[in-house]
Design a protein. Structure first.
Length: 342
């Protein structure tokens, strides 16, 4: 017997990836619903061998489903998340809206699986894409020697900004060789053949909200004592986020020990050869499940430091895959209450 599942935001990049991954991992589904805004009613999406027609968010009866995966943006989550949870379904929300709510667990299954044991609002939050892959890499090292401080610079693909971001990179790249790149609409500056040190809105302290998210989400998921500073950069890559990470520990950790700890960790693949091509780039991470770690080495600028390179498919581990892994975790723990319908 499977679950009655709904995907809200079914026509978006992450929503479509959720369908793909639910099918790939053979999550037990009895009935699947594709939910979208009114303008997308009737739009067809695929789930395995099924073709689903999108149903209207505002008219759908969420009391008839067991679990809801949401990836329709913060405003939709704000308007609907608690309503859906109150109807009895467990909501796994990919937006930023609930992440810092003290009554909503923020979960990466490889890192803090026990956080799902208490779900007061029937809502579980998915972390920011850049945070998700980072904490997977930090967790096993932090368990060995507590982390004091992290300095991270991100290289985030345009798919993190949705289909509009991908279209803008494609159109500008073509335009550069013909009539000149069209003016930016989604991004603040030209993204083709460029990098933009600006993701999300600026805050009063000069950091962007994306950078703030990485700090507070890492502290909530992993350890509030960890100090973290981030610089988040958009790069002309279609899919796959990369991160340059410098970690300062409270005590000694040898680079060879760090490498072996990461090799043994859940959800991580280490590719770290000190030769041409002996590392992972975002291109190789596309369509893959793991977080890849490369370039592990001692940081000589601090007493106890390790530097590394971390890459993952942001549409998968950074979003859809993590949400499905949360659903699997709930299933394994027996926490999804199946409704009996007349």
């Amino acid at each position: 017997m499977g679950y009655r599942v709904a995907v809200v935001g079914a026509t978006g990049n992450v929503g479509r990836e959720m369908f793909n991954i639910l099918e790939e991992v053979k999550f037990p589904v009895e009935k699947m619903h594709a939910i979208a805004s009114r303008k997308s009613i009737g739009t067809e999406v695929s789930f395995g061998n099924q073709i689903l027609k999108c149903e209207d968010l505002e008219q759908f009866d969420f009391s008839k489903v067991d679990i809801v995966l949401m990836s329709a943006g913060g405003s939709i989550s704000a308007a609907w998340g608690e309503k859906i949870g109150a109807a009895g379904a467990i909501v796994i929300d990919n937006s930023s809206h609930f992440r810092m709510d003290p009554d909503v667990p923020l979960v990466v299954p490889e890192v803090n699986p026990d956080a799902v044991n208490s779900i007061p609002k029937n809502i579980i939050a998915n972390p920011n894409c850049s945070t998700a892959q980072l904490v997977v890499a930090l967790k096993p090292l932090h368990d060995e020697v507590p982390i004091k401080r992290v300095v991270v610079s991100t290289y985030q693909s345009v798919s993190g900004a949705g289909k509009e971001g991908m279209d803008e990179l494609w159109d500008q790249t073509k335009g550069v060789f013909v009539l000149g790149a069209p003016e930016p609409k989604k991004f603040t500056k030209q993204i083709a053949f460029n990098v933009i040190p600006h993701i999300d809105v600026f805050m009063d302290d000069g950091f962007t909200k994306e950078e703030w998210k990485m700090t507070v989400e890492t502290q909530k998921i992993l350890d509030p004592a960890i100090q973290l500073v981030a610089t988040c950069v958009r790069v002309p890559v279609m899919v796959g986020h990369s991160e340059s990470v410098n970690i300062e520990f409270t005590g000694p950790l040898d680079e060879d020990d760090a490498r072996e700890i990461l090799r043994d960790a859940e959800g991580i693949v280490v590719v770290d050869k000190r030769e041409n091509g002996g590392y992972i780039t975002p291109k190789e991470s596309q369509g893959e499940f793991p977080v890849y770690v490369s370039r592990i080495r001692k940081d000589p600028t601090v007493e106890h430091g390790i530097a590394l390179w971390c890459v993952a498919d942001n549409l998968r581990k950074g979003a859809a895959l993590n949400a499905v892994q949360i659903a699997q975790l709930l299933h394994d723990k027996g926490l999804i209450k199946q409704k009996t319908l007349a």
